[in-house]
Structure formats: C-alpha cells, structure tokens
Design a binder for this molecule. Structure first.
Ligand SMILES: Cc1cc2nc3c(=O)[nH]c(=O)nc-3n(C[C@H](O)[C@H](O)[C@H](O)COP(=O)(O)OP(=O)(O)OC[C@H]3O[C@@H](n4cnc5c(N)ncnc54)[C@H](O)[C@@H]3O)c2cc1C
Length: 476
C-alpha cells in the first residue's frame, strides 16, 4: 500500500499554507504561534523550497541557495523563529571580484565600498555618499519609472567599471537587471550594504530541521509529498484546498507556490475578474540558474584565502544578457569550508552558480541534455582551476543542476530562481481583494525574493491573515 502522507490531517483548518519555502514556513510558524490551526502542505519530500540541500556519498552535503543574505536575517529569524537560529548566522568577510576590469576583495558593506569607490575607482566622496543615501532612502512607494541603469547614469556617468562592481553581485543575488525599476536595486543593495553578507552556520539542513521543530512546537500540521491541485472558492471566499484526492476545508489559504501557478492554475478562472487574470498572465518570470556542485576528497583542502564568495567574469564589460547566456562568461563560486558545518564531517565544497535562461535547456533531448550538463561541469572545473589549482584532481564528487532541476523540485514555472519580475508584487498583493481569505507569499518582484525577502513577505502576509481570521469568528 502506498504511504498516506495525509494521514492524521484534520478535515478542516483555520489556515492552509501551500508550499514550505522560507516564505511559506515563516507564515505557517507565525500563524501557528498566534494560536490558529494551521496545515502546511509541501509537494516535495522535504521542506525548504529553494532553501535546500542534498547529500552525496562520502559525507558530502551541498547547499543550493546558501550563498549569502543580508544582516536583516538575524533580526527576522530572532523575531519570527528563535534565537537558536538567529545566533547561528555569521558574516562572510572575504568577498572577491575577478574580472577583466578589476580584481579586488571586500567585506561588502558601505564602509568598505566607500573606501574602494573613492580610492580604487577615484570617485568623489560626496558622490559616493549621495549614491548610498539615495539607495538607502528608496522604498516600495517611490517613483518606479527610474531604472537601475538610469540611477547609475545619474551618479556615475560612463563608469562601466563602477556599474559592474555595484550591479554584478545584485544581479547574481536576485536576477535584477539594469532595466528593472531602480527601487528593486536600491532596496536589495542597501540591505546588503548595511552590514555585509551573511550565511547560516550549520548548513541549510540544520536550519530547516530547526524550523521544522519549531513549526511542530507551534502545532502546525505538516504534510510532505502533498501537491495541492486546486483551491476551492465559493461565494467569493476561500472554502477548501484539494490535495491527494481529499478536500480540506479552510478559511484562509497562503500560497507560497509560484504566483502564476497559484493565480492561473490552482484557482479556477471563473472566480477571478478577467482583468486581474490578464494582469497575472502578463507578469514576467525571473530568470533561472545553473549550478555545479563540487566536493573535495577527504584529504584535500582549500586555502581560506580563496575567499568565501568569488564573483568571476571573463566578459570585457558587465552586460545582463552576458550573465544569462548559455556561453557562460560569469560564475559565482561559493566556498564551503569545514566551518560551514562544524558538527559534521570536515569537508570542503564549492558551488558555482550562474544565471540562466529556461529556453536554453527546456527542449534538449535526453542525450543533448546530459552532454550539456557534462559540458557545464567541465567548463566550470576549467574556470575554477585558475583560482583553485588542480581542482580536477581534488574533486571527489561533481554534478550539475539546470533550470529543469529547479522546475522539477519546486514546480516554479520556467525554473524561476527568484519568482517574478517587479510587476508580480502588485498582483500578489491584490489577491486577497479578489477572493476573501486568499493570499500569496512567495518570491515576487525581486524585493520579496531571496531568503530575507521571502521570509519577510511571509511575515507581512501572515499578519494580514491573522487579522482576517480574527475578524471572522470560526464556524461553529
Ligand atoms: C541557485 C539559487 C541560488 C540562490 N541563492 C540565494 C542566496 O544566496 N541568497 C538568497 O537570499 N537567496 C538565494 N536564492 C533565492 C532564494 O533561495 C529564494 O528566493 C527563496 O528561498 C524563495 O523562498 P519562497 O518562500 O519564495 O519559496 P520557494 O523556495 O520558491 O518554495 C516554494 C515551495 O512551494 C512548493 N510548492 C509549489 N507548488 C506546490 C503545490 N501545488 N503544492 C504544495 N507545494 C507546492 C515548492 O515545492 C516549494 O517548496 C537562490 C535561488 C536559487 C535557485
């Protein structure tokens, strides 16, 4: 008999959260802590969404999206999870850039960037200061017509090298481009610049295990391998979710799944106004990624001087299209030293990440797909060799992920790594006005993506759901 993953699940909840990404788990945790009866449904066999990891023989563990997040995660984790989690967040101090325009190291905060921009790049301190203040002053309600490219032109006209330093890491961090609204850049950049780049010591597996424990302590029921097929609506309000052939009644739904899948697939069209559906259809998805995971033999090691994060590019100039091209010129290498998992086997790993287009991978037949993955692995090892000599001989395990991999594990359309482009935010925010009790909290609009953005979006939405539930007494 196949295992019933919905065994023990009640027929009715105050709130059902669809998807256990950081946004979904945080929303579920806050609602559970507030005393609501909450069910968390995840289609995959483990929690975390894109905040995930996998194990391979030899004690190797690879993190998929643990490369860096802003300092704000400490506060969010302390407030909405617990101090155990918050206290394990540590700074990455050695961020490197290697490209034809410059080679430098930084702690990636305002102080150090000011030093670099004024001494190395020769900019006037007042210009640098004004730029930082402008970026930090940006918020969601600001002018959305100025693009990031225009913002750079305003402060650093003709300085392609400065644009590269300021933009390249953010493009890696959330797929934003020079054409996106400047606020998507300003908010994320300022978040990082406040104190630098941080990661979770212990690895994603440890983080998600701690979150899962706390969810249980807050009485959140959890079912994995449970893909929600449909959200039932009646009388313009949410009534139930349909999962694994069962109907689970609920007063509120928070979907952490991809915005477009939520609006256009899980909800039936007759429940949404035509213009809202059209707006959702027009939302552009963000780009996807490829990654190469490399684990070193137990007796091999990497000098810590190699850096924590290494942004490399062989392209002469910074261009968004080049970052997405199948002809890879840019790679970000994340170095995982044994201190990443101090309590586990002392292993070194390197993950190379590159932004990618779904279309370059989607239609490949099996043989071409395998050959392309192999090519990705070989070219990545070759590229890494100049920073970690003899890497070919040092690796114990190597494999690659493509946009198809991300789509397979998370159901994100086009394997989107960072949800949707900016316009997705308005569609996500407007959902509860279309259907009472229906909410979305997942990567959208660049600002609400990444570990911190997704988690904070879960916080915002769960507070709204809490108010909604408190306004409507539970049915007898
Ligand atoms: C390669 C890569 C590297 C990244 N690196 C970083 C980084 O260094 N720093 C950073 O801050 N961010 C990084 N990110 C982005 C970050 O991981 C995500 O923005 C964030 O984790 C997304 O969280 P989320 O809440 O939007 O949900 P997601 O992680 O997108 O999870 C959505 C969940 O919904 C589930 N789901 C979907 N459909 C259904 C359904 N029908 N029923 C039930 N469940 C469903 C999925 O299985 C998934 O678990 C990276 C992303 C990628 C792909």
């Amino acid at each position: 008999m196949p295992k019933d993953f919905l065994q023990g699940i009640a027929p009715e909840y105050d709130a059902v959260v669809i998807g256990s990404g950081l946004g979904g788990m945080t929303a579920a945790n806050i609602l559970g802590r507030a005393g609501h009866r909450v069910l968390l449904l995840e289609q995959h066999y483990k929690l975390g969404g894109l905040a995930t990891w996998f194990r391979r023989p030899g004690g190797h563990i690879f993190d998929i999206s643990l490369h860096g997040f802003p300092h704000g995660m400490i506060k969010s984790c302390r407030r909405y999870w617990n101090s155990d989690i918050a206290d394990r967040i540590v700074q990455l101090k050695n961020i490197r850039f290697e490209n034809p325009m410059f080679s430098l190291r930084t702690t990636f905060n305002r102080e150090d960037f000011t030093r670099l921009l004024t001494t190395r790049f020769g900019l006037a301190p007042e210009t640098v200061s004004a730029f930082f203040d402008t970026a930090r002053g940006m918020n969601f309600y600001d002018d959305q017509t100025t693009s990031t490219g225009e913002l750079f032109q305003q402060f650093f006209p003709g300085r392609e090298d400065v644009v590269r330093l300021l933009m390249e890491p953010i493009t890696y961090a959330n797929g934003s481009t020079l054409e996106d609204p400047a606020i998507t850049y300003g908010i994320v950049f300022s978040n990082f610049m406040s104190k630098g780049v941080f990661i979770y010591e212990g690895g994603t597996d440890d983080l998600v295990a701690r979150m899962q424990r706390q969810l249980r302590e807050n009485n959140v029921d959890i079912a994995i391998r449970s893909p929600v097929e449909k959200i039932e609506v009646g009388g313009s309000r949410v009534q139930a979710v349909h999962v694994g052939g069962r109907r689970i009644a609920t007063r509120a739904v928070v979907s952490n799944a991809n915005l477009k899948s939520t609006v256009l697939h899980m909800l039936e069209p007759q429940h949404l106004p035509q213009d809202y559906r059209e707006e959702a259809e027009a939302v552009r998805l963000n780009n996807s990624s490829t990654q190469v995971y490399m684990a070193l033999k137990p007796d091999a090691s990497i000098d810590e001087d190699s850096g924590d994060l290494l942004f490399t590019s062989t392209a002469p100039l910074f261009r968004t299209e080049a970052l997405l091209s199948r002809q890879i010129t840019s790679r970000t290498f994340s170095f995982y030293y044994p201190r990443t998992r101090p309590d586990k086997k002392q292993r070194y790993a390197i993950v190379s990440s590159t932004n990618a287009n779904w279309t370059d991978w989607a239609e490949l037949n099996k043989a071409d797909y395998e050959a392309s993955k192999q090519d990705l692995i070989e070219t990545t090892l070759d590229a890494l060799d100049q920073y970690v000599p003899n890497i070919h001989e040092m690796v114990d395990w190597v494999e690659a992920a493509t946009p198809r991999t991300f789509n397979h594990y998370t159901q994100h359309q086009l394997g989107a790594s960072f949800g949707t482009k900016f316009e997705g935010l308005a569609v996500s925010r407007a959902l509860p006005q279309q259907i009472a009790g229906m909410y979305h909290a997942g990567s959208v609009g660049i600002i609400m993506s990444g570990w911190l953005g997704a988690m904070n979006y879960g916080v915002i939405v769960s507070n709204e759901v809490d108010q909604f539930l408190c306004r409507q007494p539970a049915p007898a």
